[in-house]
Design a protein around this ligand. Structure first.
Ligand SMILES: [Zn+2]
Length: 101
């Protein structure tokens, strides 16, 4: 699980505050407001799972089986090293955030 901090407007308390942004691969899966503690979960599975399948397609067996049985659990346990372009991801995240408000 990878976490970045970002200064955002909270959808719950409507304050500008630091948010902890949790990534699943290239995609934001969860955002927590450090001001009020509100957690926003984003359903990234539709976009994320094909991306992950492609990324791990060279790896046989266990990961793929886990992906089929419990994609949520797998998404939450991805290693930080899958993150290679934090700035670009932040931009993606902001685009997602805007599209939801
Ligand atoms: Zn808040």
């Amino acid at each position: 699980m990878a976490v970045q901090e970002s200064f955002l407007r909270c959808t719950a308390c409507e304050q500008e505050a630091e948010h902890q942004v949790v990534y699943a691969g290239r995609f934001v899966s969860e955002i927590q407001c450090t001001g009020c503690g509100a957690v926003t979960r984003l359903d990234v599975s539709e976009d994320y799972l094909p991306d992950l399948r492609q990324r791990i397609s060279s790896k046989p067996g266990r990961l793929v089986r886990r992906l089929r049985t419990d994609p949520g659990e797998l998404a939450s346990s991805l290693p930080v090293r899958t993150l290679s372009k934090p700035v670009r991801m932040l931009q993606e995240f902001r685009a997602v955030w805007r599209s939801r408000s």
